[in-house]
Ligand binder design. Structure first.
Ligand code: PLP
Length: 361
């Protein structure tokens, strides 16, 4: 026996359940459980990654200046207010570490991304779950949940796993209505999929209490390299920069991300392909009696009549080599989250769901 115990909160964290990636004994499987880009990264990113092999003995840049410049160029932002992390997961963790501890509250929404709760608990803070309205962010409910103890509000827009999003005026109303001791974190992991949407950047520039997080893991297809970034007011970037490790992003990840963000043609192609097959898939599932909300991300939240039906459909999909995501852990037991794959994957999913529904009811 020992008296070695972790910090309060840590044993309340349910271990993270990632998307399944293999089905033993089944050939020709396709993984549609982690919102990965079916086209993969741009050729330019792969080439930049390969070139870094020669310099692996060197420590990476600690100021990330080149990547920040590239992001600033492409998105029209101020490079001085960008910080890079090992995935946006690290940025979420740095925000909790910097702003929320024991006795503090961290707000997330009913079907919000799991990392908000995990990071809050890891830092001893109390996660507070706020209801959504039919799978859509409810600004009034968030404002009503704020107390003197609230430090952070995390909101993914578009949200994962619902795929829904609120508009600019609702987001501005939220930022305006928060008490001045609360920092609003707009998680833009799927912002690149939304045409004409800045992910919250203009709100960051207009206000002292808004931070936007972004990732290279989704549209840019670099989930395996772990690169994310945030755009925030000077005072927040200065705080996060003190807390982050000086070499938190590897040289390979920095180089690939820089090439990826500058390859605008590839990003456009991926966005267009996603939009096309996302609407095709949603329509095909709808015709089989499986509805979904309009999704703004690279996945669809397919809704079934019951948890039993959702699980039975998942089992049928698995028997056909199709791996999708159960989302009971996101308070959505009746649903399955299906990443929009390439044409052949979308056709296989639609066909298999059709087979299942023909016998299910
Ligand atoms: C995938 C995802 C992230 C991303 O994470 P990385 O750590 O950058 O890979 C962040 N937020 C949401 C809502 C996501 O779905």
């Amino acid at each position: 026996m020992s008296n070695i115990t972790p910090q309060p909160g840590i044993l309340d964290i349910a271990p993270y359940q990632g998307g399944v990636s293999h089905l033993p004994g089944i050939a020709n499987t396709v993984k549609l459980s982690s919102n990965e880009n079916p086209l993969g990264p741009s050729e330019a990113a792969k080439e930049a990654f390969r070139r870094t092999a020669h310099d692996m003995h060197r420590y990476p840049s600690s100021d990330h200046a080149e990547l920040r410049e590239a992001i600033a160029d492409v998105y029209g932002l101020d490079a001085g207010r960008i910080i890079c992390g090992s995935g946006s997961d690290e940025i979420i963790s740095l925000l909790c570490q910097s702003y929320a501890g024991p006795g503090d509250e961290v707000i997330h929404t009913e079907h919000g991304f799991a990392m908000y709760r995990i990071s809050a608990l890891a830092n001893g803070a109390t996660p507070v779950e706020v209801p959504e309205r039919e799978r859509l962010t409810d600004v009034d409910a968030i404002l009503a949940a704020c107390t003197d103890a609230t430090r952070l509000v995390f909101l993914a827009n578009p949200n994962n796993p619902t795929g829904t999003m609120i508009g600019a005026s609702e987001m501005a109303r939220l930022a305006d209505g928060l008490p001045d001791h609360v920092l609003l974190v707009i998680d833009g992991a799927y912002a690149e999929y939304v045409e004409g949407y800045d992910g919250g950047a203009s709100l960051v520039e207009a206000r002292p209490n808004v931070v936007m997080t972004r990732t290279f893991s989704k549209l840019y297809g670099l989930g395996g390299l772990r690169v994310g970034w945030a755009y925030g007011p000077d005072h927040v970037i200065a705080v996060l920069s003190r807390v982050r490790g000086p070499f938190n992003v590897s040289s390979a990840a920095l180089a690939a991300a820089e090439a990826a963000v500058r390859d605008i043609a590839w990003a456009d192609k991926c966005r267009e392909m996603n939009a096309r097959w996302r609407s095709w898939l949603a329509e095909a599932l709808g015709e089989h009696g499986v509805p979904s909300d309009i999704s703004h991300g690279n996945f669809i939240l397919a809704r079934f009549a019951s948890q039993a039906e959702a699980e039975a459909c998942d089992e049928h999909l698995q028997s056909q080599g199709l791996i999708v995501r159960r989302v009971a852990g996101y308070n959505l037991p009746n649903a399955l989250r299906i990443t929009v794959g390439d044409e052949s994957s979308c056709r296989r999913v639609a066909h298999a769901v059709g087979q299942f529904m023909a016998t299910a009811r």
